[in-house]
Design a binder for this molecule. Structure first.
Ligand SMILES: C[S@@+](CC[C@H](N)C(=O)[O-])C[C@H]1O[C@@H](n2cnc3c(N)ncnc32)[C@H](O)[C@@H]1O
Length: 410
């Protein structure tokens, strides 16, 4: 299937069926599949502004299939700067070929022609995609309207690809070494075709996600449990740093990806597919990258606001608290635990740590100085953790939102 048709199927899955793109098989192959995913995510990243531009051009709200055709066409014209004639013809051709949009093909043609003429001026002034109301509400008190706006601006752009290096002396052309040690690619190449990929010289991992494993300090020779490990980015960091790593995850298919990643990079870890709550044993250090709302990764997953409703927050915070308590029970006295989530919400980050410190009198926070990791001083959070936002490093291309804290058991 061609990229545009496949992109429309992906959009339908997200916007009508409320499914995450990661759960949908792209109905195309090779370069067409990659282009379909790019088109669908670009539409989702810009849907608010595109809908505002399209709205005055039709008297009634078109049905969703027609709306998605118009959104795709408008995004290709306004964001990707594609040739108006070619895009309009192709989108009208798709409209004609589908029973549910056939009757509207004339209207699609007329509207896309108007978008090509009048859209660019409006697009230049369009505000970035808003955060979903439930997330806006949860963040507004802590970071204010300006902080929210900065996140929205950061999320409007397609994120760069970051690599974590197995060996620090590896480098690539068309990439920058970030102050925190990740390699940030200038373009969006096919990663598996890059020099060094087959030899396992690196793996894809956002610069923010590469920091929690480093908080454990020198792990050489230590028994370290990576308790929610898949697909294994942090497991590989710990193994590369010389730790005796046990990587555990509840998901069999996701653990298969950890195994694949370890094979490619030539790194070693003991793999266990198990519910963390069933696991017993004692370790010198534990890394808990807990399941969360993933609200820090919206720039990578712009489908998330259309699928999640905020109802997930409460059960997830309960699970995080229970996982944290269980993880602490696996730690030797004097051992260090790093807790992290790729969430923007304090209830999944800062508040989990302050509550854990109250529950466990034998637990202390080890305050993090972000500058020792190559970070900026304002990444430090008052309770001693690290609060990373997509709006950080705006001139370098941003980062995923993350929270992390290091705790020591006495
Ligand atoms: C944020 S992801 C981990 C990402 C991983 N640490 C990395 O860096 O690649 C959270 C993981 O927690 C796992 N998980 C959720 N509940 C779990 C449980 N009860 N026991 C073990 N793993 C669990 C999920 O399968 C998922 O892979």
């Amino acid at each position: 299937m061609k990229a545009r048709q496949a992109a429309l199927i992906l959009l339908d899955a997200v916007l009508r069926e409320r499914r995450m793109l990661a759960q949908v098989e792209v109905p195309a192959e090779g370069a067409e599949a990659a282009r379909a995913s790019r088109l669908a995510t670009t539409v989702l990243r810009n849907i608010g502004a595109v809908d505002a531009i399209l709205r005055p051009f039709s008297q009634r709200k078109p049905q969703i299939e027609v709306q998605n055709l118009l959104r795709l066409g408008a995004v290709e014209l306004l964001v990707n700067g594609e040739d108006a004639h070619g895009v309009t013809n192709d989108i009208v051709g798709i409209a004609k070929s589908e029973p549910r949009s056939r009757k509207a093909s004339g209207m699609v043609n007329a509207i896309l022609r108007k978008v090509a003429l009048e859209g660019p001026e409006k697009w230049a002034k369009a505000p970035p995609q808003r955060l979903p109301p439930w997330l806006d509400k949860a963040l507004r008190k802590r970071i204010g309207a300006e902080g929210i706006r900065a996140i929205e601006v950061a999320q409007a752009k397609a994120p760069p690809i970051d690599l974590t290096l197995r060996d620090t002396d590896f480098t690539l052309a068309d990439a920058d070494l970030l102050p925190t040690g990740s390699l940030r690619l200038h373009n969006q190449p096919q990663v598996s075709a890059l020099p060094g990929f087959t030899q396992g010289a690196f793996w894809v991992q956002d610069a923010a996600a590469a920091l929690p494993a480093r908080l454990l300090g020198d792990v050489k020779g230590k028994r370290v449990l990576d308790i929610c490990a898949a697909p294994g980015g942090k497991t590989m960091q710990l193994a590369a740093a010389g730790a005796d790593v046990t990587a555990l995850d509840i998901s069999g298919p996701r653990m298969a990806r950890v195994a694949e990643n370890l094979t490619r990079t030539g790194l070693k870890a003991t793999l266990i597919t198990e519910d963390a709550f069933q696991h017993t044993g004692t370790y010198d250090a534990v890394l808990l990258d807990a399941p969360c709302t993933a609200t820090g990764t919206i720039r990578r997953h712009p489908d998330l606001p259309f699928v999640k409703s905020g109802e997930e927050v409460e059960p997830l915070t309960k699970l995080q608290m229970q996982l944290l308590d269980h993880a602490l029970s696996l730690l030797n006295p004097g051992g260090m635990l790093v807790y992290c989530t790729c969430s923007l919400l304090a209830v999944e980050g800062e508040f989990q740590i302050t509550a854990a410190l109250k529950r466990h009198k034998n637990l202390q926070i080890v305050p993090i100085d972000p500058t020792t990791l190559g970070g900026d001083p304002d990444w430090a959070s008052p309770e001693g953790g690290l609060r990373l936002l997509p709006s950080h490093w705006p001139d370098k291309g941003g980062m995923d939102g993350f929270y992390m804290a290091a705790l020591r058991l006495s």
